[in-house]
Design a protein around this ligand. Structure first.
Ligand code: SAM
Length: 328
């Protein structure tokens, strides 16, 4: 059973491109998982056979299939330091996601992706805010990251916009820079009530706008610093927000966002970091990704009672985006 496919895996392991190609031509299944749960593409990537990786991708081998330990071919290439194979897989991932994005835009369900979340209850505790499915909306371990984001977007002073209040960590840090104005958009009624109860409505330089950012765009001005960190939305929603940056960011202004993109898989995270940088570049923004080590703030106990571990990587890449015209 599956003799051709076992031979395909073997040819991929050995880098035998001739054998591999003839197996593909005779109809061997490139989507096959062997008894270890690995695909021919994973074997080729693990051993750094770039030519074989390319041939398998050309034959429609899935670039994003996962092994039982949740690793993709790109992760195997990355772990083993095979740059050429890694580059081919990275390129493939970016192209595939660009196409997916185009399809998503065409099928756009009119941007109501987190309607259920916004109508549901929210549980607040000292170290996290959770939804009713025990998924974390925001967690206290992110505090140093939020402080670093605040520092980046407040570096020009002036008028600051934050989208998504959560635990108010980034907003507390923004206040420490004494901005001229500090606008906060928050869409969840319970988070909004809590903001008011804790005095955010009385701060002199703070303006709170209640609603989804999509619905309140007409109330916005332009800002020296903007931070975007919502919950329950898709990459496509953030991409839609990015289309508004030219109107929202003042000349010389800084934009940043919570970079939790594919935070559960190292290779997919690299794909999305590159993808978002590329898409921002097409809008006229350069993106610097500043590495911040996070391993030390992430003990296993942090995730107790949390259903989805949304971050599993050792380094956080904090994006700092600026108009390309400003940085020239
Ligand atoms: C991850 S939390 C933000 C955490 C925040 N950066 C902090 O430092 O605590 C996301 C917040 O965005 C809000 N939110 C979700 N979708 C939104 C939308 N479309 N517009 C505005 N706020 C939204 C959620 O209710 C939640 O309070």
């Amino acid at each position: 059973m599956a003799n051709n496919e076992e031979s395909l895996c073997e040819a991929a392991r050995k880098g035998d491109i001739g054998k591999l190609q003839s197996l593909i031509d005779s109809g061997a299944d490139v989507t096959y998982f062997d008894k270890e749960g690995l695909t021919p593409l994973m074997h080729a990537a693990k051993h750094g056979h770039a030519e074989v990786v390319k041939a398998l991708l050309d034959a429609s081998a899935p670039w994003n299939a996962l092994s039982p330990s949740n690793l993709s071919a790109g992760d195997f290439a990355m772990e083993n330091g095979h740059q050429a194979a890694f580059d081919i897989l990275l390129n493939m991932g970016i192209q595939a996601e660009l196409i997916l994005g185009t399809i998503a835009r065409k099928e756009n369900a009119k941007g109501n992706s987190n309607r259920d979340y916004l109508e549901d209850r929210v549980n607040f505790s000292e170290d996290k805010v959770m939804d009713t499915e025990s998924k974390a909306i925001m967690m206290a371990w992110e505090k140093p990251l939020m402080e670093a984001h605040a520092k980046a977007i407040c570096s020009q002073g002036g008028h600051i916009l934050n989208i998504g209040f959560g635990m108010g960590l980034v907003d507390t840090a923004i206040q420490q820079y004494g901005p001229t104005s500090h606008t906060i958009i928050e869409a969840h009624p319970e988070v909004y009530d809590r903001m008011l109860q804790s005095g955010w409505g009385e701060k002199e330089n703070v303006k709170i706008i209640f609603g989804r950012w999509q619905d309140v765009l007409s109330q916005l001005e332009s800002y020296d610093g903007i931070f975007f960190d919502t919950y329950g939305e898709y990459y496509e929603d953030m991409r839609e927000f990015h289309q508004h940056l030219p109107q929202l960011v003042k000349p010389g202004g800084i934009y940043s966002f919570f970079n939790g993109l594919c935070g559960g898989n190292p290779f997919f995270h690299v794909v999305y970091c590159q993808l978002v940088s590329l898409e921002l570049e097409n809008l006229g923004y350069s993106t610097q990704l500043i590495p911040l080590p996070v391993k030390d703030c992430l003990g296993e106990e942090i995730w107790e009672g949390v259903r989805h571990k949304y971050w599993q990587l050792d380094t956080y890449y904090l994006p700092v985006c600026q108009s390309i015209d400003d940085s020239e």
